[in-house]
Design a protein around this ligand. Structure first.
Ligand code: HPA
Length: 282
């Protein structure tokens, strides 16, 4: 059987043969944000289910595809639909989409998510830049044999969320008049929402927001040496902090309400994003 590296090469070759491009930035779009990528310039789409070896979602209504196109003179590859651990994927499958985008040339990642708030300082509708994360999923997508062509056995996670990109993001948000805090995202396995006791615990551990994505993706991206910018959209108060119980429609409704603000920030972040000049091979 071919290695994960060879399979990611095959997958990237397939995507390239349908949408020839070398992306500057990979973008993972969280709940309610997928439509943003439909409006990319010269956009084309590649369905995950058509890509050899690509993990296809078991969850209904999660079709999933790459949108490849341009925005503000930059080439983007955006994931419309992502792979979650709670769907039952093995670690290498969770890593696969990131590795495909990296094989295509993406060296930067903007990752977005919908998240619950862990304290009164963050309310539904607020946007938070991710400064750091806590991996509370109990899993790591890099567990198992390491292929050094992807990265080192023991990746450093000290500056997982790039300090320069965060500084620039704050300036971009301020210029747009968008209030943007900064904090720690806690990644859970899911699919249950947390208990009120867990929400209290996660806050005391230093978390500001909680969700079921992002952490595995950022671990894989850092292993690959990608620069990462992460954004949480607070869609609900964590369990026990609000009046009622939690359900997915509340998450969806808030994501819809904040959509315009989130999209204008994302768009401005792409515009401002510093792309390292290609090394001169001549
Ligand atoms: N908990 C976990 N994941 C989430 C939440 C939450 O409160 N909101 C959106 N995704």
């Amino acid at each position: 059987m071919s290695s994960a590296f060879e399979r990611s090469v095959e997958s990237a070759d397939f995507v390239r043969s349908h949408a020839p491009s070398t992306p500057d930035i990979a973008v993972i779009l969280g709940s309610g944000l997928g439509a943003w990528a439909d409006g990319l310039d010269e956009v084309s789409f590649v369905n995950y289910s058509d890509i050899p070896g690509f993990p296809t979602s078991s969850v209904e209504g999660h079709a999933g595809r790459f949108a490849i196109g341009r925005r503000h003179g930059k080439t983007l590859i955006a994931m419309q639909g992502r792979v979650h651990l709670y769907e039952g994927y093995d670690p290498p499958e969770v890593a696969f989409p990131l590795r495909t985008m990296w094989q295509l040339g993406a060296r930067n990642l903007i990752v977005t998510n919908a998240a619950g708030s862990l304290h009164d300082g963050l309310a539904p509708g607020d946007l938070m830049l991710i400064r750091d994360h806590i991996n509370w999923t109990g899993k790591n997508p890099l567990a198992g044999e390491n292929d050094t062509r992807f990265g080192t056995r023991f990746p450093d996670m000290t500056r997982a969320y790039d300090p320069e990109l965060r500084e620039r993001a704050h300036a971009v948000a301020e210029a747009l008049g968008i209030s943007l805090s900064e904090g720690v995202y806690v990644g859970m396995l899911g699919p249950t929402y947390e208990t009120p006791a867990e929400i209290q615990m996660l806050h005391r551990l230093g978390g500001d927001t909680v969700g079921m994505s992002t952490v595995p993706e950022v671990i894989v991206a850092r292993h690959l040496g990608m620069r990462v910018l992460g954004l949480s959209c607070v869609t609900n108060m964590g369990a026990g902090l609000g009046a009622g119980t939690l359900d997915h429609s509340e998450v969806q409704d808030t994501a819809d309400r904040v959509h315009r603000t989130f999209v204008s920030l994302l768009d401005a972040l792409v515009k401002d994003f510093p792309i390292a000049a290609e090394e001169d091979s001549s």
